[in-house]
Design a protein around this ligand. Sequence first.
Ligand code: HEC
Length: 188
Amino acid sequence: MKPRYSIVAWVLLPVVVLGIMTLFNRNLEKRNLEYPNQMAVSPAYRSQSENPVLSKGLTGQQPVPGTIPRGFMPFNYGTSPEEAKRAGIELSNPFEKNKENLERGKYVYTNSCAVCHGASGGGDGPVIPKYPNPPDFKTETSKALADGELFHVITRGRNNMPPADSLISAEDRWKVILYIRQLQGEGQ
Ligand code: HEC
């Protein structure tokens, strides 16, 4: 019986070796034979890989010009005072003055603005006078500014006032305006 087993082994061995060689020796230049793999390997291009079909040879494409991310509201105003005036005419606060919004506005104000503008908006925060005085929110000139104009100053900045668009969400910038309006009305 022994010899017969070894003959079977000698016949099977090359078949197994050849099989393993075909499986692992993949030619990356062309499509290879492969066992059905239940789609574990996707024939689709990976997003970071080169692509002979799409423009610029990239699989991951740039968004079409003018694309707006979901939930993002573009702010199409430049930095000039004229643009601030235009924002004042065209924009209005989308949030109503209720307890919840005012509380959020106060939170943002206390944490991001009071350091310069002062707790009550008098332009006398703890960094003043080491930092140039911001205007007192309670002056008539400040009160006369439209909501959209305040939003423009907060978003784009003005002179020594740093822009906050990358730090504070548009929603919070509108809510902080509600709180500034409340500070302006205090003591009247
Ligand atoms: C680093 C100090 C600093 C911080 C922080 C700061 N501001 Fe100002 N802000 C200023 C200065 C200085 C001005 C005056 C700018 C100018 O010369 O026109 C100003 C002006 C303004 C004005 C225009 C007021 C007017 O009457 O013309 C508004 C509105 C305002 N800031 C809101 C805010 C809000 C809201 C925050 C917080 C999100 C904030 N600021 C944070 C320094 C600051």
